[in-house]
Structure formats: structure tokens, C-alpha cells
Design a binder for this molecule. Structure first.
Ligand SMILES: Cc1ncc(COP(=O)(O)O)c(C=O)c1O
Length: 399
């Protein structure tokens, strides 16, 4: 049986609404969010819908999740050798967005939840620490309450990297609005998508305004007007503006988010019910505070060998369980060799932080002992039944 292995959750829901919205924008000949002959204000609409969905005061749409992370740092003046604490079990963009601001990632180990271990954060704090980046991996929130307490005690900013967890909740609050600022991605593999795209969410007006000006080439726009263009009041900034076409797709996708999340969680429930009744497989633990958007199944084995055997067995039966990754990002050349893009080696020339893969030993163990399966929204009942039957075969053979 061919098992769907398509991790592109939102992409699978592209349909009539997306097409109509895109056509409307094309017909309006107004693709730029601030001007056009018949501007439809799709990007404004998207931001307003997101504010309502997240229950947050300010949302700014931007080009992608990485730029949303960079804008989050910019919003709080993080740069020039400042340290940002984060886990190395993530996609490289979490760290490179920090480097792009001239700040320095400082890696802290994870725990069984596969997210940053709150107990290890305090020992990594130095005089240079400015922020903690909480990366909610694979639809599941970090344990925010202890992290919020640490941030308060040490006067640190919390940036939430919500790229992989849009729609998840912690303590009845949507992830991304729990700390000071949240960065989200609308890339093709995420809960909802417009191919590439992202946004920030915050309740802090000053932070929002700073990010907004920066994302608009440093100009201060009032509504659609851009007075700085004529009066020269522009500060340093770059261009991270969302296009109306991207927003047209994202608006349609956002109207489907509850349906998407419910389906993911229903799929997960089938597997959870199976795992509940046997004591052979160990699932990624979930916190009682969390409501996830379940994008994958993660199983933890006692040894690397057992994990590899399981993956091999599943592959022999056409089921794509895999390691999430083989390397943590702190072992990538950029950190191993402390290699900046400029000959001055900026921003690594601003720090004496050293990087070694062995800094996060639990993360290494966990990436070697966990097998992951994408919960494709194309999975059907027959697939779930087949996968569970093969898991049962493996268990019977081993137990
Ligand atoms: C954890 C995490 N952070 C940031 C990003 C960057 O998002 P984007 O690809 O939209 O730039 C990703 C993308 O996969 C991600 O998984």
C-alpha cells in the first residue's frame, strides 16, 4: 500500500476559495499592498483576520518566517553581539535570523518534549543575554510558564518561533502571543500556507511599529501614504512586504484553519488510541497545558539500534517513518567554524561563545532515538489501519 508522505498540510486544502481570491487580485491589477487602481486590501484583511484568530492587538504580514524572526529581533533592538538562547533542534532559520541582526545564538539542550528544557536555561544566561527564543517544534508548545518566570527574573525578551505550530495552544492561549512577540511562517509545509510568507504578532505597539517601519525600507507609512518618501525621514530598514497575491491565498487558507487542525488532531487520535493500550511504544510526551496542532507522530525508542530497526522495518513495509534530522544545527559549519559571510567574520567577531555538538547531549540522544512520521492530511482510514497493523507486527516480533 502506498502511504501518503506529503507534509504540506495547508497546501492540500488549496481549492476554490484560494483560486477566486487570486483571480480577484489579478483582475484588480493591484498586487502591491499599498497602491493599485482597484486595491482590494487583501493584506490588511489577512492581518485583521489573524488579529481576531490569535486575539492579539498587532499583526504584521511579511515575506516569510525567517524575516518574521528577524523583524522580532529588530522590534526589540536585539543585535550587536547580544545573545539569544534557543534549542539547536530546529530549522537553521531560527538561528540565522538572529545572526542576520548581528546577535549570537546560544544553544540550550532539549528535554523529552523535544522542545527547550526550561531547567537548563538559567545556566546559559550571561550579561549579554537579551532574549529566549521558544521554538515550538512540530505543533507542540514549549513549556512557557517556567520560561516566562525566568524571563521576568532576568529581564529578557521572549520571542516565539511559531513557524511549526500555528494554531496550537498553551494554557488556553494561542502560541505566538504568550511571550513578547511571535514569528509565524506561511511556507508550503505549514498549517496554512501561501507558498512563502509569514507574520509577526504582538501586543506591544512600539515593537510592532519598529518592525513595521523596518519591513518598509525604514520608512514610516501612515495608512497607504508614505510621507518619508518625500520628507527624507527614512531610517535603516529593508523590504519584507507581503504581496496581495500571497495574502489572497492566505486569507482563503485562514478561513479553513479550524477544519485543518481538527482533521490533523483526529488523525492523531487514531494512533494515540492504539498507543494507549500497549506499553511498547513511547510517544513524545505532551504537557497538560498544551493543545497541539498534530503535524507528526514521534516515537521514542530505548536505543539508537532499536529506533533504526523500527525505521527499517517500516520502510520495508512502505511506511515512511524517519529520523527528524541527523544533525543538530549547532553542528553545522556556520557554528562549528564560526563562519560569518563577511571577511570581518561579523557577527562571530563580537563573541567568545564557543560551539560544540556535545553542548546539547540530550538532543543528540533524542534525535537518534526518535522516529517521526508526517501526519499527511491525505491519510485515509485504510492507511491508518495498515500502519497500525505493521506497528503491531513489529511489537509482536520484539516483545
Ligand atoms: C522552526 C522554524 N523556524 C523558522 C522557519 C522559517 O520559516 P520560512 O521558511 O517561512 O522562512 C521554519 C521553516 O521551516 C521553521 O521550521
Amino acid at each position: 500500500m502506498k502511504i501518503p508522505n506529503n507534509p504540506f498540510i495547508g497546501t492540500n486544502y488549496i481549492g476554490f476559495k484560494e483560486k477566486i481570491n487570486v483571480l480577484k487580485v489579478l483582475n484588480s491589477k493591484s498586487l502591491f499592498r499599498y497602491h493599485g487602481p482597484k486595491l482590494l486590501f487583501m493584506t490588511d484583511k489577512l492581518e485583521n483576520m489573524l488579529k481576531k484568530y490569535l486575539n492579539v492587538k498587532y499583526v504584521l504580514a511579511c515575506t516569510n518566517g525567517a524575516s518574521a524572526l528577524k523583524l522580532s529581533c529588530i522590534a526589540y533592538g536585539i543585535g550587536n553581539g547580544d545573545e539569544v538562547i534557543m534549542s539547536p533542534f530546529t530549522f537553521i532559520a531560527s538561528a540565522s535570523s538572529v545572526l542576520a541582526c548581528g546577535a549570537i545564538p546560544k544553544f540550550v539542550d532539549i528535554d523529552e518534549t523535544m522542545n527547550i528544557d526550561p531547567k537548563k536555561i538559567e545556566e546559559a544566561i550571561t550579561k549579554k543575554t537579551k532574549a529566549i527564543m521558544c521554538i515550538h517544534m512540530q505543533g507542540q508548545c514549549c513549556d512557557m510558564n517556567p520560561i516566562l518566570n525566568i524571563a521576568k527574573k532576568h529581564n529578557l525578551i521572549i520571542i516565539e518561533d511559531t513557524a511549526q505550530a500555528f494554531g496550537s495552544e498553551y494554557d488556553n492561549k494561542k502560541s505566538g502571543i504568550i511571550g513578547n512577540i511571535g514569528a509565524f511562517s506561511l511556507q508550503a509545509g505549514k498549517t496554512i500556507t501561501c507558498g512563502e510568507g509569514g507574520f509577526i504578532a504582538t501586543n506591544d505597539y512600539e515593537a510592532y511599529q519598529k518592525a513595521k517601519d523596518f519591513h518598509d525600507n525604514g520608512g514610516h507609512r501612515i495608512g497607504c501614504d508614505y510621507p518619508t518618501w518625500t520628507n527624507g525621514g527614512t531610517s535603516y530598514g529593508e523590504n519584507y512586504k507581503m504581496t496581495e497575491l500571497q495574502s489572497a491565498v492566505a486569507v482563503a487558507q485562514l478561513s479553513k484553519i479550524s477544519k485543518i487542525i481538527n482533521r490533523q488532531n483526529k488523525l492523531f487520535e487514531y494512533f494515540e488510541n492504539y498507543f494507549k493500550n500497549i506499553n511498547f511504544y513511547t510517544m513524545r510526551p505532551n504537557l497538560s497545558t498544551n493543545k497541539n496542532i498534530n503535524v507528526s507522530i514521534c516515537l521514542k525508542f530505548k536505543t539508537d539500534v532499536e529506533c533504526n530497526d523500527f525505521i527499517k522495518f517500516m520502510h520495508e513495509n512502505g511506511i515512511p517513518f524517519n529520523k527528524y534530522c541527523t544533525k543538530l544545527i549547532n553542528s553545522y559549519d556556520v557554528f562549528k567554524k564560526k563562519q560569518g559571510p563577511h571577511k570581518s567574520n561579523y557577527p562571530f567577531n563580537l563573541t567568545d561563545v564557543q560551539y560544540s555538538e556535545s553542548d546539547c547531549p540530550r538532543a543528540i540522544e533524542l534525535i537518534n532515538q526518535t522516529a517521526w512520521f508526517n501526519l499527511s492530511s491525505q491519510l485515509k482510514c485504510k492507511h491508518v489501519k495498515y500502519i497500525i497493523s505493521k506497528m503491531e507486527d513489529f511489537r509482536v516480533e520484539r516483545q
